[in-house]
Structure formats: C-alpha cells, structure tokens
Design a protein. Structure first.
Lengths: 183, 488
C-alpha cells in the first residue's frame, strides 16, 4: 500500500462512524501495535483516495470507479461474479492475516413473541436459510456443507485473524490514533 | 386570559422542539464536559466550513436568482432542476461530484464546494422570489431614472433586503453546521466537526451527556448569530418590471451543475431496473414502502402545517422569535437516539404505526426551524405591523388570527409544508435510526445500498423523489389557490 502505484487508490471507512471502519483500524493496531499504527497510517496516507462515513458510501465510490481498492468483505467479489458476471473484481490477498466479521442474530430480552423469535433464530441456522443468506447477502454461511458448488468455493483461502471485542477505553484509545492523523 | 393561551402555544412549540434534548437529559445520570482539545478543532473546522459554505452559496445563489428572474418560458422546469441537488440524498450528490470534478479538491475547499452545489439552486429560487416580492417597484423606478444595475444592487437591493438575506445565510449556515457525510467524505483524513463528534460521543463512547453539551454549543453559536439580524423589509405586490436587475445567463452554471448530477445519477438505471426485477417479493416490498412513504410524508406535511400555524398564533413575541431564529435542532443521531426511548422504548416491540408517528414527529422537529429561518420568519414579519395595529385598536387575538394572520400566511404555510413533505420522502438517515425496518422507499434504498445494489437504490431514491414532487406540487397548487384568493 505504500508503493507509488497505489497513490489515491484506496476507499476507506471512518472508524468513528462505522463498524467496518473501526475494524480496519483495530486490525492495523493489532498488526503493528498502537505506536506504529499511526506511522503506518501516515505512510499509506498518499494511497488513500477518500474516507467515507459508512461502508455503502465507500463501496459506492469504489464501484463508480473513483477508487481502485476498497476495504470491504472478501465475499464482495462474489456479488460481482454472480450478479454482474464481472470477474475483474478480485479480493486482495495480503501477507498478513485478514480480519473477519461475524454477524449475530439474537432474541431481545423485551421480546413480544419470544418463542417464535427463538424458533426463527434456529431456522436461520438451517441449511436452507444459510444458503439463502449466503446467496442474497453475499456472506459466508456459519454451517458446513453450503458453499460447495457455488462461487464462494472459488474464493481464496485466507489466513484469518480474530479481533476480540474491546472495552470502551480501548476503543477510545484506538480512535485517538485516527484523530491524530488530522493534527 | 388571551395572552395566556398565546403563551401556552409558545411554550408548546418550544417544548416540542426541545423534546429530543429533554428526553436525553432525563436519561443522563452523570454529567461531564468534553475536553477542549477535541472540541476546539471541531468547533473551528465546523464554523469555518459552514461560514465559507454559506457565503459562497449566498453569492452563487444571488447570481443564479438574477438569471432565474430573466426567465419567462420554462421557468418552473428550470426551478425544479435547480432544486434537485438540495433534495437528492447527500451520498448521491457526493458520488456525482467525485465523478464530475476530477481531481477533486479534498479538504475544506472540497466541503465548501459540495455544500455550495447542494444549496445554491435552492437559494437562487428563494432569492428570485424575494426580489420579485420586495424590490419590484424600486427596480422599476430605478430603471426609469437610468440607474446603473450594479450600483442599484449594491447600494439599494442588498442593504434593503439584508434581514431576509441574512435569514437565508443563517439557514445555509445551520444546515452546514449539521452536515455529517459531506465533511467526512471530502474533508480529508479524520476531519473533525461538531456533528461527527456528537455521533462519536453518543454512539461510540455512549456518552450522551457530552453529546448534549455539544448540541447546546451549536445552539449557542446560532443564538449569538441571530443577534446580528436587523429589521425585515415590508412586502409589496408582485408583477413589476425587473429588467434592471435580471442577468440572462447567470442561472446557467447552477442549471448545468444540477443537470450533471442528475445525468451521472441516472447512468446505470437500466441495471437498477434489471436488479429490482430479480428481487424476491419486489411487489410486496414496493407497495408497502410506497404506502409508508406516503404516510410519513403526509404526516410530516400535517405536523409542519400545524406547527407553522401555531408559531403564527404565538407571533409577534421578541424572545420567541429569537428562540426560533437561533434554535438548531439536535443532530439527526441525537434526535433518532431520543426517539428510541420514547413510546414503547424498543425497536423490537414498537408497532408500525408508532414507528411512523415517531419518524414524522422527529422529522418535523428537525426541519421546523430550518423552514422558519428560510421563509416563515419573513412571511410573518410582513404582517407584523398589521397585527400590532389591530391589537392596538382592540381586536381580539382570535379575530386577528382568523381575519389577518391566517388569510395572509396560508399560501406560505402550504408551500413550506409541501417542502417538508418533499424532504421527508427522501429521508433515510433519521428513519433508519427510529425504524430498523424497510418501511419507506428511502429505507428500501438504504437497505439496497448496503447490499451492493447502488443502481437499484438510485432507482428507489428517484421514486421517492417523484412521490415528493407530486406532494410538493399538490401543496404548491393549493398555495397558489390560497394566494389568488388573497389577492382577489
């Protein structure tokens, strides 16, 4: 990302206003440590085209060909392969381990139809629901035996890094790194 | 007794506007102040970009207005085109600007540029109307006496309309102060504004107390600004010869900017149709969202209409007017956050009707003061002397309200309500926080944006704008009928 050929090519998301944006910041901090993370951001500053308030805006800037690279999901490529029949969208395979995001479903404490809610969550874990979610929301399923024979199978296997949920103080401290970029 | 009713109405309006802040204040357990090291830069950059944006918008809007005044045929069409950047969601304006202007000047100039593009067309239309209504006779006299057009504008028109122009300036200024996406996307790395800081405090740090303190800072700044304003100019009849101040081609830059944004956003729409045709349950989703959009926008029209009439009933009152002039609605995030606590208090348990009512009320609170600054204040100022004379002669409040206020303000009340309805059709930032479901066309668009389908989302945005246009034209027509009745 520090190379001149990547100048103004990256569409990022602001970590203060978006969870994928914060994930990027947290990932960089976990890779380089708090102090070196700021140096890293300063070094790749030339490569950043723009920072958006949310994933939709960042990805829109990318699909409108304003930026060559975007911080998104590996499965984003499948959308373009499957829906646009466009194979030019490819995930970047980095030497470092990649962060991943897990989506949750839960029944709230103040539920109106709690049993139905629990049943629905169980249904979400069924093969048919997971297939539907995978194909329409373009995300990996959480159960085995679903990706076989689909475009998802063609995605490269990546080294993964688990980012553990953080305390509010750590989040604030990490955001200070980001804010320091403006000074 | 009669002034007690008026006072109650004023208090009611103030409480409605303060409802989100009051709700949050009751929820706060521990109060703390944000550190100056983070507030200082945010304040500075917010006010610098807002001031410059408002100043450039005024200049471009004024020039555009001189061009709009020269139009005879197709004026309505051109005015609608000029208004489009204001009513398009900011993401679409941003994407359009980034595609059209290359290389884009990121940083403070970028923010000012995008804000100027968004609001100049609206101001051109508003200033054109203002010039027609207020300086027609002067312009005719000056033309007959051979005045220089530039000098007439500089020494006559601008000082004469200073209060009205200042109201418009504060309107744009307030809109730019509460701008969220634009500074982040084009402001450069980690740009800090009050609105971003409020979001961070409320949503990331869960520090509602500091978010409210920041909110009051915004309010305080505009309150200070409202002291600068002077007296409004009296109204006069329209249909004068404005040849002296019209400049034929000056509307063209704004017109081409709007057309450029529209064209860029229309590209790829065929893909949007194709994508939508493959969506499961499309017809059900569409009809439900359409009903939701109509319900929300009509409710907003009714709410705004009632609030505007209530403000008119409480008029004139110096402190009340000062409050309305300076009040900045709490940020979208805080308002949405506050409305989550109201009613059943949970997204999962609230009914659709409750959600719709919350969205309508919250949206009305967010837009009411903008509309007041934009037009309502000057509309009321026009009849201030008549009300004072009637009161001095002993007319009752009800008689003044029914015989003087209502007939004269009805056209503007209807038009402004229509404008709010138009805006409500395109809202998804606030609705998303309160609803959590795809209940309106804009919310469906937002959902599609989050699922890679930018073109389908664009299509839904245009659909919601179309509904907004129909609603606005309906209210505008009613406004014209009311105006004709007034003239006759």
């Amino acid at each position: 990302m520090k190379k001149p050929e990547y100048e103004k090519s990256l569409s990022l998301i602001d970590p203060r206003t978006s969870t994928p944006g914060y994930q990027f910041l947290e990932w960089v901090v976990s890779l380089y440590g708090t102090e070196k993370a700021l140096t890293f951001f300063k070094e790749i500053d030339r490569s950043i085209f723009t920072v958006s308030s949310g994933w939709s805006a960042a990805y829109g800037i990318f699909t409108k060909k304003q930026a060559k690279l975007v911080f998104s999901y590996q499965t984003s490529a499948v959308y373009h392969w499957q829906e646009d029949k466009d194979l030019s969208y490819q995930p970047a395979i980095l030497s470092e381990a990649h962060p991943y995001q897990v989506e949750f479903a839960a029944v709230p404490e103040k539920c109106r139809s709690c049993e139905a809610g629990v049943e629905f969550v169980k249904f979400l874990l069924s093969k048919s629901a997971q297939t539907k979610i995978m194909k329409t929301n373009f995300m990996f399923p959480v159960i085995d035996g679903v990706v076989e024979g689909t475009e998802f199978e063609k995605l490269p296997k990546l080294k993964l890094q688990t980012l553990v949920p953080q305390e509010a103080d750590t989040v604030t401290k990490n955001l200070e790194i980001w804010k320091a970029l403006a000074r | 007794m009669k002034s007690q009713v008026k006072n109650l109405v004023r208090v009611f309006i103030a409480l409605v506007l303060l409802l989100p802040v009051l709700t949050l204040i009751f929820k706060v357990q521990n109060w703390s102040l944000p550190e100056w090291s983070e507030v200082g830069p945010a304040l500075l950059s917010t006010f610098l970009q807002s001031f410059l944006s408002a100043a450039f918008t005024m200049v471009l809007g004024f020039m555009g207005a001189l061009g709009v005044l020269s139009l005879k045929a197709r004026r309505t069409f051109i005015e609608i085109v000029l208004l489009l950047p204001t009513f398009l969601p900011s993401l679409f304006v941003l994407l359009g600007c980034l595609q059209i202007i290359s290389p884009f000047p990121f940083g403070i100039f970028g923010i000012v540029l995008v804000h100027t593009i968004i609001y100049s067309g609206l101001l051109a239309v508003m200033i054109a109307r203002l010039l027609e209504a207020r300086v027609g006779a002067f312009a005719e006299l000056a033309l007959v006496e051979g005045a220089n057009s530039f000098l007439f504008l500089r020494k006559g028109v601008i000082p004469y309309l200073s209060k009205d122009l200042f109201s418009m300036f504060t309107y744009v200024f307030a809109m730019c102060v509460s701008s969220f996406s634009v500074p982040i996307v084009v402001g450069g790395r980690a740009v800090s504004t009050l609105e971003v800081l409020i979001y961070e405090k409320a949503m990331v740090e869960s520090n509602t107390a500091q978010a409210i303190v920041l909110c009051f800072m915004q309010f305080g700044a505009l309150f200070a600004l409202s002291f600068i304003s002077s007296q409004s100019t009296p109204a006069e009849s329209t249909s004068h010869n404005l040849t002296l101040i019209t400049k034929r081609l000056l509307y063209l830059p704004l017109f081409f900017i709007s057309i450029g944004l529209v064209v860029v956003n229309l590209l790829g729409l065929s893909k949007g149709f194709f994508e939508i045709s493959r969506l499961a349950n499309f017809e059900f989703l569409f009809s439900k969202a359409l009903q939701g959009t109509i319900f929300v926008s009509v409710s907003v029209v009714l709410c705004i209409f009632v609030f505007l009439i209530a403000i008119a009933y409480g008029f004139p009152h110096a402190k009340f007017e000062r409050f309305l002039h300076s009040f900045v609605a709490p940020s979208t995030v805080l308002t949405g956050f506050a409305f989550m606590f109201l009613g059943s208090g949970s997204l999962s348990t609230q009914s659709e009707l409750e959600t719709f009512i919350k969205i309508s009320l919250a949206f009305s609170i967010l837009t009411l003061c903008s509309l007041y600054r934009l037009k309502w204040s000057s509309s009321l100022d026009k009849i201030k002397t008549q009300i004072q004379i009637a009161n001095t002669l002993g007319a009752s409040d009800i008689a003044v309200f029914k015989k003087i206020i209502i007939p004269q303000i009805m056209p503007d009340a209807l038009m402004l309500s229509g404008m709010a309805g138009f805006w409500a059709c395109g809202d998804f930032a606030l609705s998303q926080l309160i609803s959590g479901q795809s209940l309106t066309l804009s919310l469906v668009a937002s959902g599609l944006l989050g699922a890679y389908r930018l073109e389908s989302a664009t299509l839904f945005v245009w659909l919601s704008l179309f509904i907004g246009v129909i609603l606005f034209i309906t209210l505008w027509s009613l406004s014209r009928v009311a105006n004709k009745k007034l003239v006759s």
